[in-house]
Design a binder for this molecule. Structure first.
Ligand code: NAD
Length: 503
């Protein structure tokens, strides 16, 4: 079954008005939201704002996440949020509203278009026009961290097949919907063969369904270097959470438009649109704020709702206003700008240009695509999972691998034997090198010791969980400090774990 990410009734050109939850936010929020809404109204956007209170006032009234029950209900009912920036109170006990919204509402895709506005925002990359689509919920940002020994802390990097399928398909659908020509996937699967390897293989798999879109995979390190040096070579980039966090800031910085950019947080149920910048308390109430970031977020919202022609109309009028030199204080340049305007005067200037196109800056043509994004529901595959061993992580304060290795060799466990020990991933027993530095964190790999059982992959044969329990009990009785265990599985005969470096 296909699931449409658009509000269904909004797909027609003269669509009926869609109710949108609108938060005016804090600081400059109300000023830039009023300016944005006045342009949307004049352009004929088919939306009907339903205002909610988020941020400072709600925090102060005792809601530690900055949102109350009524706002949740309006958001869940309307499914679309246009949000001005809010001020995050200082001090302990307050939760970040953005993180709360993103995680609670399952906003899995962060979409950030970055394009050059030279000479109004000077950049050496005049032809840059990139959309970064970042997975928003998984990866190292799952926030699962543990200290395991005196020396070692760990953070779990979780990459899931449904998460990969959803974000990668969204990127291809986005390219198709907005007439983009290429999708680049960025990973580090030369090192992280299972996690980033899954992202890469899902990209290749799903990419086959989009033969009209050019596709490439780059290793994130060289990919980010090339993005910084030659951003005009990129179109849509899809990547996991951490890499996306880093490259979306690189992209915004090199084009110099952090203050002008909008972003979308897309979920299967709810989507949220906002400027990248904060609430700018230093200029609040002065009518000097630039509403462009929020206006661009609103343009993305209209495109998401299928109102791509109105989205183009507003974006093109905005580009024309910039070209005509009508600028707010933050982008006003003597000699280049023609008029320094207030927030509301800027909105009037954009409104007056609705229907016009820019002469030099690239014309917005979102309506050339089909403006429609659908994602299928995830279907879990039926695979055969076989237990073939266990990694037992031990806290041991010694530093000679021979001592712990020989002691573990002597532990007689029911049909299991020590295969190897690694320290920080490098094999140190048997046959390690004296030069390898060892911490107090030892991964001890145990596999089936009974050679009579049929071999599935070299060195690994099916084991019973009873054997794993028996092993742990014997290790504990022998005085070893077990800090965690990881079962080793094969899935349909494919190894589901990494080998030790040097194994
Ligand atoms: P900021 O983006 O609000 O301001 C940084 C600088 O940019 C300031 O000098 C400000 O005057 C200027 N600026 C920002 N937007 C502008 C605009 N539209 N027009 C003209 N100038 C603009 O960043 P900050 O000062 O670090 O944060 C202020 C508050 O905003 C903090 O409470 C922070 O937590 C919050 N914040 C909220 C969001 C959000 O709601 N999405 C995002 C970032 C920061």
């Amino acid at each position: 079954m296909k699931e449409s990410l658009m509000t269904p009734s909004a797909s027609g050109k003269q669509a009926k008005k869609i109710k949108v939850a609108v938060a005016k936010g804090d600081g400059i929020g109300p000023e830039i939201m009023d300016a944005t809404l006045s342009i949307l109204k004049a352009a004929g956007a088919a939306i009907d704002p339903e205002f909610i209170e988020l941020g400072e006032k709600v925090y102060e009234s005792g809601h530690s996440a900055g949102i109350d029950r009524n706002a949740w209900e309006v958001i869940r009912k309307n499914r679309i949020i246009l949000k001005a920036p809010i001020t995050t109170p200082q001090g302990k006990g307050y939760k970040s509203l953005n993180v709360t919204l993103r995680k609670t509402l399952g906003l899995f895709a962060n979409v950030r278009p970055v394009s050059a506005l030279d000479p109004f925002i000077p950049t050496p990359h005049k032809n840059m026009d990139v959309v970064i689509i970042r997975e928003n919920e998984e990866d190292l940002y799952a926030g699962i961290e543990h200290q395991q020994t005196t020396d070692v802390v760990q953070c779990l990097k979780l990459i899931t097949r449904p998460g990969c399928e959803r974000i990668i398909r969204y990127a291809f659908e986005y390219a198709r919907a907005y007439d983009r020509k290429k999708v680049t996937c960025m990973v580090k699967d030369n090192i992280m063969k299972l996690t980033d390897g899954l992202f890469h293989s899902v990209f290749t798999e799903i990419g086959q369904e989009y033969p009209e879109i050019a596709q490439e995979v780059q290793i994130i390190d060289i990919g980010s270097a090339r993005l910084a040096a030659h951003p005009e070579k990129y179109d849509v980039i899809v990547t996991s959470n951490l890499y996306g966090d880093i490259i979306s800031d690189i992209a915004a910085e090199i084009v110099g438009s952090v203050g002008m950019a909008g972003s979308a947080n897309i979920g299967t149920e709810v989507s949220m649109f906002e400027a990248i910048h904060g609430s700018a308390p230093d200029i609040a109430g002065k009518q000097s704020a630039n509403p462009s970031g929020l206006l661009n977020a609103a343009v993305m919202m209209l495109a998401h709702l299928g109102q791509t022609e109105i989205a183009d109309k507003i974006r093109n009028a905005w580009l024309k206003t910039l070209e005509d030199g009508i600028h707010t204080a933050d982008i006003y340049t003597e000699g280049l700008s023609t008029q320094k305007v207030t927030t509301s005067e800027f909105a009037v200037a954009v409104t007056e240009r609705l229907g016009k196109q820019p002469d030099n800056l690239p014309v917005s043509r979102m309506s050339d695509g089909n403006g429609h994004i659908t994602l299928p529901e995830y279907e879990r595959r039926d695979v055969k999972k076989t237990l073939v061993g266990v990694d037992v992580f031990i806290d041991w304060q010694g530093n000679d691998p021979q001592i712990i290795g020989q002691a573990l060799d002597k532990v007689g466990a029911y049909k299991m034997k020590l295969k190897m020990i690694t320290n920080r991933g490098v094999k140190v027993y048997p046959e390690g090198l004296d030069e390898t530095f060892c911490t107090d964190h030892w991964r001890c790999r145990f596999v089936a010791g009974d050679a009579s059982i049929k071999q599935a992959v070299p060195d690994y044969r099916p084991v019973d969980f009873e054997q794993v329990l028996d092993l742990q009990s014997k290790l504990n009785a022998a005085g070893f400090d077990i800090i965690k265990t990881e079962n080793l599985y094969e899935f349909d005969g494919q190894r589901g774990f990494s080998l030790g470096q040097g194994e």
